[in-house]
Design a binder for this molecule. Structure first.
Ligand code: FE2
Length: 580
């Protein structure tokens, strides 16, 4: 049974393809169109489906859309429309200031709903010409069956059906779905049980977005910058935030309406200098978020009775908050699905419908066939394809006998490498398939990397380490089975080691660690070991292989474009080395 998951309602458009319970492919549209997040989360873009990502998933599975049994779309327009439509019609405003009579929150909501309801037609008819081959032979009503899946159920399923847990509590936090902004559940004995939700307008995700905008950053995009700035501030405004947020004993919360200018002073203009008051505001917001989520987790631990927690939703990309939750020991283990933002709802919707539909087939167990061990579910390119491009473009290159050893040698010389290997990552983090690698041994490497990526000075860069070496360098090494494969938790750098890896220590002596095991990415792992053999340090800096404002590179050509338009020193692409 083949199920295609699609996320398209807001942003981070993506597709995922599941065959008989196991993920085959997952891709994000931004990697193809080179538009970050695929599109902005506005009503006018809701009709845009991730045709490139869908095409790539079909290609990797070796099928056409006509051979897909189920399509799972990660938003339910009927839940969004609710009681607001009678007679099946809606009126669209024809001028920009149009206000409708109370039924809708925004004058453009009817347009949004109309686009969502027509997603099956758009899927059948809307594929661009150059992709038609895999989209032929379908109509809006099949042969696939089209399912709308509640947005937060999609987030929830992306966590509990991907986590390495037989049973667990589930918490998902994001900006907004149809109504829900936060959802709680429990997964046990192959069944999912919804335990409650928090609805609009109360949203920790939107609170974070509001302050992100107030600080002159792009909301629904730059929240991770706000989190990074929090390390530089003191929580001077924490009480103000805590007054706004009320957590009730049943684990729900409310957030009072407020004007950030009234409460925190004038908004920062984009591009103007950041000062201590901005840092303090971010620190206050971050701490308020952490405290609130710890309270919510405490209630969920009680109501679910479960000892393990799986998380998703855009807020779960906040690796500082995740670490607080890990360290609070409310749950024995905390697992975060790496494509926690809306891209992951394509995965969750597909896994959910696959699980539901398979359980209806006699003799076919609905048990899970898969857990998420890595994120390498995107497109990959073999060495023949890469070499053909290098030759065609008349680029001087060398074939490496021992990729790991030669890469480590270059890194030891403090040269910065573009690293392009295997299938690309699904989710926002580069984790060793489309990465920039560098030595962590000298403090100036952070500034060099930020300069290379043309990004703000305060942005930290992160370390990658073999899993078995974690305890020698970071604490708490034993938590979460001693691994952090998706770079979604910060760790404290051991004080006696901090001076040896200055490039990856954040201002508060923490680091956002990725652990690697040989079986999931042998070449990446071997390079760490080869670097250790040369320097005594089994750690490299890993940051995403992109330039400012652009998504991570996808193809060999993207990699070459980025390599030749930045001060990167070398490119290790498949078995080949290109140098400047
Ligand atoms: Fe979401």
């Amino acid at each position: 049974m083949i199920t295609l998951g699609i996320n398209a309602a807001f942003h981070d458009s993506a597709a995922a393809l599941v065959r008989d319970g196991a993920l085959v492919a997952a891709s994000e549209e931004e990697r193809f169109t080179r538009i970050k997040h695929g599109k902005r989360p506005v009503p006018f873009s809701a009709c845009e489906l991730p045709f490139n990502a869908i095409d790539d998933c079909l290609r990797q599975a070796g099928v056409t859309l006509a051979e897909v049994d189920h399509v799972a779309y990660s938003y339910d327009p009927q839940r969004f429309i609710g009681e607001r439509l009678s007679g099946g019609g809606a009126t669209l405003p024809m001028n920009l200031d149009a206000a409708q009579d109370g039924a809708w929150e925004s004058p453009w909501d009817p347009l949004f709903a109309c686009y969502l309801v027509n997603a099956p037609r758009q899927l059948a008819d809307g594929a661009p010409h150059h992709l038609r081959a895999r989209f032929k032979g379908v109509r809006h009503d099949g042969p696939f069956r089209f399912h709308y899946v509640d947005h937060h159920l999609s987030h929830q399923a992306s966590a509990f059906l991907a986590a390495p847990f037989e049973r667990c509590a589930v918490m998902t936090l994001d900006g907004r779905g149809e109504e829900a902004t936060t959802a709680y559940g429990r997964w046990h004995d192959g069944r999912y049980e919804a335990l409650g939700q928090v609805d609009m307008p109360h949203s920790l995700g939107m609170l974070y977005e509001k302050i992100t905008s107030h600080l002159g950053f792009l909301h629904s995009s730059d929240e991770y910058k706000v989190m990074a700035l929090a390390a530089l501030g003191r929580p001077t405004e924490l009480d103000l935030f805590l007054e706004l947020i009320t957590v009730t004993p049943d684990g729900r919360y409310t957030i009072s309406e407020f004007d950030p200018v009234e409460l925190f002073g004038p908004a920062r203009e984009r591009g103007t200098p950041l000062g201590q008051s901005h840092f303090d505001l971010t620190a206050s917001l971050q701490q308020a978020l952490e405290r609130t989520v710890l309270q919510l987790a405490g209630v969920l631990r009680e109501t679910s009775g479960e000892r393990q927690l799986a998380m998703a939703g855009g807020v779960a990309l906040n690796c500082v908050m995740n670490a607080r939750l890990r360290d609070a020991r409310i749950f024995d283990e905390v697992w975060v699905q790496p494509a926690a933002g809306d891209a992951g709802t394509a995965l969750g919707a597909a896994l959910w419908i696959d699980q539901q539909e398979r359980s209806l087939v006699p003799g076919v167990p609905a048990a899970r066939a898969w857990t998420m061990q890595h994120t390498y579910w995107g497109p990959g390119f073999d060495d023949d394809t890469i070499e053909a491009l290098l030759k065609w473009a008349k680029i001087r290159y060398r074939t490496l006998d021992d990729v790991a050893a030669e890469t480590a040698q270059i890194l030891e010389q403090d040269r910065i490498i573009g690293w392009f290997q295997g299938r690309m990552e699904f989710g926002p983090r580069a984790l060793g398939a489309r990465s920039i690698l560098a030595s962590p041994l000298h403090p100036e490497m952070q500034a060099r990397l930020n300069e290379l990526k043309d990004r703000e000075d305060f942005r930290p860069v992160a370390p990658v380490i073999p899993r078995e070496d974690l305890a020698d360098w970071f604490t708490p090494a034993e938590a979460n089975r001693g691994e952090a494969p998706f770079m979604l938790f910060i760790y404290d750098v051991k004080p006696e080691q901090a001076l040896r890896i200055p490039a990856v220590c954040h201002a508060d002596h923490t680091a956002r660690v990725q652990t690697v095991e040989r079986e999931t990415n042998p070449r990446y792992y071997d390079t760490l070991k080869a670097f250790q053999a040369r320097t005594g340090v089994p750690i490299l800096v890993n940051t995403s292989f992109n330039v400012r404002g652009e998504p991570v590179v996808r193809t060999p050509k993207d990699a070459l474009d980025a390599f030749f338009s930045t001060p990167l020193d070398a490119l290790v692409i498949g078995r080949f080395l290109v140098e400047k």
